[in-house]
Design a binder for this molecule. Structure first.
Ligand SMILES: CC(C)(COP(=O)(O)OP(=O)(O)OC[C@H]1O[C@@H](n2cnc3c(N)ncnc32)[C@H](O)[C@@H]1OP(=O)(O)O)[C@@H](O)C(=O)NCCC(=O)NCCS
Length: 205
């Protein structure tokens, strides 16, 4: 049975000089570039990016609006958004998992006692793709996870074509994923968050 846990977003630790502000802070002008955990108020913007990135391509998407709201309620500290002048341009949504491999259940559950961060979705707004944003956001996200003691590993599933992209970040393919969505099949990848160089150095973003 799913356990429900309301957790507070943790402050992100960003390199000095990076634009950073808690969502509750009042600003007179919108920051040019900002990274922060997502809130429920961001759910519609997240879904709009997903609609273009996934639904328009395959008719389905990793998280529908209610699922986005579900994870942003249960575990906002496992999400990260990139905003430019207040507009969401890229995001990652994750939750905790507590088994060695992903199962169909992991698509909709957050297991608060788990030590594995399950990355449900990474997407970049189409007008901002191929500019390095997806890579920078993923580095920052892994760095952010590295600061969360409970999280020992990151796991995700992706289509075969994207395996080389994730391998650049230390993810290793562990085989076909047990999860299928319609006729789509996926490769499962894992990345250890212990002893990784990116946790010790500034990732340069
Ligand atoms: C995949 C995605 C997150 C990458 O973000 P990005 O900002 O465009 O990527 P970057 O500019 O940081 O890096 C570009 C690299 O991404 C990889 N890449 C991007 N889209 C790809 C695709 N459709 N197939 C395979 N590789 C892809 C390539 O390695 C590319 O490098 P190259 O141009 O030298 O081949 C982005 O393209 C996106 O949002 N796609 C739609 C949603 C999606 O598929 N998300 C992943 C779900 S697992």
């Amino acid at each position: 049975m799913q356990r429900i846990c309301h957790l507070k977003p943790e402050a992100l630790s960003l390199p000095p000089g990076a634009s950073e502000s808690p969502s509750c802070q009042r600003r007179h002008t919108l920051p040019a570039s900002e990274f922060r955990c997502l809130t429920l108020e961001d759910a519609v913007s997240v879904f709009e990016i997903e609609r273009e990135a996934f639904i328009s391509v395959s008719g389905i998407c990793p998280l529908y609006l209610e699922e986005i709201r579900h994870f942003l309620t249960l575990c906002p500290e496992l999400s990260l958004g990139w905003f430019e002048e207040g507009r969401l341009v890229a995001f990652i949504i994750g939750s905790l998992w507590d088994e060695e491999r992903l199962t169909q259940e992991s698509l909709r559950l957050h297991r608060p006692g788990g030590h594995v961060a399950h990355l449900h979705v990474l997407a970049v707004h189409h007008t901002f793709r191929q500019q390095g944003k997806g890579s920078i956001l993923l580095w920052r996200y892994l760095h952010h996870l590295g600061g969360q003691r409970a999280v020992r590993r990151a796991v995700l599933m992706c289509e075969e074509a994207l395996v080389p992209f994730y391998e650049k970040f230390g993810f290793q393919a562990v085989g076909p994923c047990a999860i299928t969505v319609g006729s789509l099949t996926f490769t499962e990848l894992q990345c250890s968050l212990r002893g990784q160089a990116f946790l010790r150095r500034n990732s340069g973003c």
